[in-house]
Write a protein that binds this ligand. Structure first.
Ligand SMILES: Cc1cc2nc3c(=O)[nH]c(=O)nc-3n(C[C@H](O)[C@H](O)[C@H](O)COP(=O)(O)OP(=O)(O)OC[C@H]3O[C@@H](n4cnc5c(N)ncnc54)[C@H](O)[C@@H]3O)c2cc1C
Length: 390
């Protein structure tokens, strides 16, 4: 039996005055955290605040990398078989401006609209043992005189409410309110913005996930095909640090190569954008500039700025951060030890997972090399890469 507000009637949930944990945000990070805490800690009192009502959309490329299924198997074993495999592919193709392209075989990649994917995680997590408030938007952290967090304020059904908590978990995405109110540098400096839209009825071209690199703007346009109701759809989008995102997105839609992939496909809904908080990296080494924990709080997933710096992948890091943080929480460590260990472990694991040297060769170096040399580099790279399996 689920204890969802929608089931039992809004306003009927009687909140505690104080919780052990308040999780802000029901994306992959927040849900992975709760699910992992519950495995060993059935009695911790947990409140989950989510801004929207589930199932909710999330602006994303919907690309599920090969790092994700093992994490789902560990954290949410009951839904591992429910994840659709109809859009699975084992390749991706990168097009460079010179007209060269690289086709890579890959461990399985999937494309699943986040509305569907996140809802599966939600159904596996939310049950009677946690208090859940949908359409509850966190607005303000409550600090004591030592800057330790005591609780949180939020708006629910136009009413301002607050609860106290021993731990606030900021899993509220790239625009995280928990991050902005705890960080020394409230504006996230390392972000890029991307827009995406769906297309219905695209031709059946077997290239897997497709990227068009745009080195002059340090960005890329993507086409991630998937199947829905017997038809071929694609999630298409464009991301860059630079401006005029929408203009560039529509320019890319007119590119002759892109048009081959989209055929007579029809754009659905509206073009929507959202920031991606990417992780800092220097010489292929990941670094976190500001602490992702403090007195009474932890940041997870995009709120912690953990997105892959070159590919924009972030679902795996969100799941991982939720899992690692919760396992440490379950050990009942003092806050300082919990926070420090969490920050160290997440960086170490991502450093291995993100394969920065390899991905920089494909996505970033072509952007940094001046155009006269770029074409030669890409020619040699594609010659080498097209000859080897993954
Ligand atoms: C355009 C775009 C394309 C992307 N493509 C890919 C891709 O193809 N593959 C990939 O792996 N990653 C991709 N990413 C990154 C990926 O979307 C994120 O890394 C991932 O969603 C992070 O999960 P999360 O749980 O940390 O945050 P989110 O998934 O953003 O979840 C945060 C949750 O918090 C809620 N929330 C926000 N503010 C509040 C508040 N004040 N109070 C209460 N709740 C709140 C939100 O409603 C949301 O449910 C893309 C991102 C963008 C923007």
């Amino acid at each position: 039996m689920k204890r969802l507000l929608s089931d039992i009637g809004k306003n009927m949930l009687k909140l505690r005055e104080k919780y052990d944990i308040v999780v802000v945000g029901a994306g992959p990070a927040g849900l992975a955290f709760i699910k992992t805490v519950r495995k060993e800690n059935p009695h911790a009192s947990i409140l989950l605040l989510e801004k929207y009502s589930y199932p909710r959309d999330k602006i994303c490329g919907d690309g599920i990398s090969s790092l994700v299924p093992p994490l789902i198997g560990e954290i949410f074993p009951e839904i591992a078989d429910k994840i659709s495999k109809e859009s699975l592919t084992q390749k991706y193709r990168i097009w460079y401006p010179s007209g060269e392209c690289i086709t890579k075989l890959s461990p399985p990649l999937n494309v699943i609209p986040r509305k569907t994917f996140d809802y599966l995680l939600w159904t596996a997590t939310v049950d009677q043992s946690i208090d859940v408030l949908e359409e509850a938007s966190a607005t303000k952290l409550i600090f004591d005189e030592c800057r330790a967090i005591q609780g949180i304020q939020f708006i629910h059904e136009k009413n301002e409410r607050s609860v106290k908590a021993d731990l606030i978990v900021g899993a509220d995405g790239s625009n995280s309110i928990v991050r902005r109110q705890t960080s020394l540098s409230p504006r996230y400096e390392n972000g890029i913005i991307a827009v995406r839209q769906y297309v219905k009825g695209i031709p059946n071209i077997d290239d897997g996930l497709v990227f068009f690199l745009d080195p002059d703007n340090i960005g890329y346009f993507w086409i991630f095909p998937f199947k829905k109701d017997g038809e071929r759809w694609a999630n298409i989008g464009y991301g860059t640090k630079k401006s005029n995102l929408r203009g560039k997105f529509y320019q890319w839609c007119e590119d002759p190569k892109v048009k081959e992939y989209l055929g007579d496909g029809i754009l659905q809904g509206t073009l929507k954008g959202f920031p991606l908080n990417i992780i800092n990296s220097r010489f292929a080494k990941l670094r976190i500039k500001d602490a992702i924990w403090g007195k009474g709080y932890l940041l997870l997933g995009d709120a912690a700025g953990l997105i892959h710096p070159y590919t924009g992948e972030g679902i795996s890091a969100a799941l991982l951060s939720g899992k690692i943080a919760a396992e440490l929480y379950n050990k009942k460590l003092p806050m300082q030890q919990l926070g420090k260990t969490y920050q160290r472990e997440i960086i170490n694991v991502l450093q291995n997972f993100y394969a920065l040297i390899y991905t920089s060769k494909l996505y970033i170096l072509p952007c940094l090399i001046p155009p006269p040399w770029r074409a030669l580099y890409v020619k040699i790279l594609s010659w080498i890469e097209n000859r080897k399996p993954y």
